[in-house]
Design a binder for this molecule. Structure first.
Ligand SMILES: *Cc1c(COP(=O)(O)O)cnc(C)c1O
Length: 469
């Protein structure tokens, strides 16, 4: 049963047309939106959202949209889940934000315990921050400082993958591999080693052997680098199984299992950035589970609070923690923290979300949705479209690429901005689709039903038809 009440117009007081246009004029006057060329909105308006429930967002005109990207990959149980709302109320009633240094609180403590229980084996300590980028900054600094403190002072560099995305702060950008976002900032960044990504689109087929070939091709230069330079390298950071912002690149489990072995053999930290993949999105609680491996450091955010409050956590092994644990005067403190570290309301929400995972058997329930997605992708005629290629799926995430000629993999000229046209046309079909370039994807919330999925895919076909004929 869906925990959501049926769509009631009770709490939707529509704005007047004047109120809406006033707000949108002020949006243009005062607001600078993220990842947005604001000039694109010179003549056009942002969609003004007034209400959200379950998988749907409603704009100020009362129009309804499927949130097919889970509000930037964050939302988990649907918008306005009653258990989440209740947790916020309860925690606010007790106390709001407090400092998390020298003070502590039950939601932060209990959440840390739950995360340690749920996370891949061996991750026993939880360091909180407030967004995915900071979770990554914490991981990088932790790894760096660890090697300094155990006397391996030459281990100062990080390996990262082509097409990887770990956030927009400068440390995270230094290990980022998306040229479009990252190239300009090169002069500000620290140097690392960029390695190829095991992009499954390059596989000859869908067998484990095909996947292993792709994995081994990407591993070869890593093996070579580690043979020569392991003494310079602190860690390698990866987005396990699914590289999101780089273009929904899906990668083989074999890559992770082999990387785990390499990291252990060469004394390199394996840092898993599960900011996007964590909390069931790929069908398992954490993407690392597909490969049965444990990283040395794990970064979590986005879905941690069911996508409702900003919160992040960086988990690490006892070995790492132990290198910082000493008498104060030895100067081994981890001097890092954020004003909103371990925000109690956010921690309470995260705990409630984990309870919902259990109460609603979410990980079991989503298997049906995942199968429905597979059926819809392959049974809807999508694959037959002459401009569609590389249909791929992992759990609740699916993607495909648009080409002018899919068979010859000939891209559309970038000035056509096909992705942007799809985004616009999506609104008319009641979809929030937010392509990455010409890659169209779904990043579905766990509350999506099999019926939602087939409806979303049919609507997408109409959008594609409208834009591309
Ligand atoms: C979104 C994302 C981040 C950054 O998280 P923010 O909360 O946006 O700073 C880091 N890593 C991955 C894999 C992400 O998808």
């Amino acid at each position: 049963m869906s925990p959501f009440t049926m769509d009631s117009n009770l709490h939707q007081q529509l704005m007047t047309a004047d109120q809406i246009s006033n707000l949108l004029a002020k949006d243009r006057q005062y607001v600078w939106h993220p990842f947005t060329q604001m000039k694109d909105y010179e003549q056009r308006d942002h969609v003004l959202i007034q209400r959200a429930e379950g998988i749907f967002l409603y704009d100020a005109w009362g129009r309804k949209y499927y949130d097919t990207v889970s509000s930037w990959w964050c939302n988990v149980h649907g918008h306005g889940h009653p258990r989440i709302k209740e947790a916020i109320h309860k925690q606010l009633h007790a106390f709001d934000h407090i400092m998390f240094s020298g003070l502590t609180h039950a939601p932060g403590i209990t959440l840390a315990e739950r995360l340690v229980q749920l996370a891949p084996e061996g991750l026993h300590k939880v360091f909180y921050s407030d967004n995915g980028s900071t979770a990554v900054e914490v991981a990088l600094k932790m790894s760096f400082q660890y090697w300094q403190q155990v006397g391996n002072t030459t281990k100062t560099k990080f390996i990262y993958l082509e097409g990887s995305y770990h956030g927009d702060t400068l440390g995270a950008v230094s290990v980022g591999g998306v040229e479009q976002y990252h190239a300009l900032f090169k002069p500000l960044l620290f140097h690392g080693y960029k390695m190829p990504a095991p992009d499954l689109r390059a596989a000859g087929g869908h067998t484990l052997a095909d996947e292993a070939i792709v994995a081994e091709q990407a591993l070869a230069p890593v093996r070579e680098l580690l043979q020569l330079e392991a003494e310079q390298i602190a860690g390698i950071i990866v987005e396990p199984m699914l590289m999101g912002a780089g273009g929904m690149i899906m990668t083989p489990a074999h890559y992770l299992t082999e990387l785990r072995k390499l990291c252990s053999a060469h004394q390199i930290h394996l840092i898993a950035d599960e900011v996007a993949t964590g909390f069931g999105r790929t069908g398992t609680m954490f993407a690392c589970e597909h490969a049965g491996i444990s990283p040395d450091i794990l970064c979590l955010s986005k879905g941690l609070t069911a996508g409702v409050m900003p919160l992040a956590a960086t988990l690490c092994s006892d070995t790492i923690y132990a290198a910082f644990y000493d008498d104060y005067m030895t100067q081994k403190t981890f001097f890092h923290g954020h004003s909103f570290t371990g925000n109690p309301v956010a921690c309470a929400v995260a705990l409630a979300s984990l309870e919902v995972f259990e109460e609603e058997a979410v990980l079991e329930r989503i298997q049906l949705t995942i199968r429905a997605l597979e059926t819809a992708l392959h049974g809807s005629g999508l694959a037959a479209l002459p401009y569609v290629a590389n249909i791929r799926q992992l759990g609740l995430v699916a993607a495909f690429d648009l080409y002018e000629d899919a068979q010859r993999k000939m891209p559309f000229p970038p000035e056509k901005r096909i992705g942007a046209a799809i985004y616009e046309a999506g609104f008319e079909e009641g979809l929030i689709l937010r392509p990455l370039g010409d890659t169209i994807y779904y990043w579905l919330p766990h509350c999506a039903t099999p019926e939602d999925v087939s409806d979303i895919v049919s609507r997408t076909l109409r959008v594609l038809n409208k834009v591309l004929g």
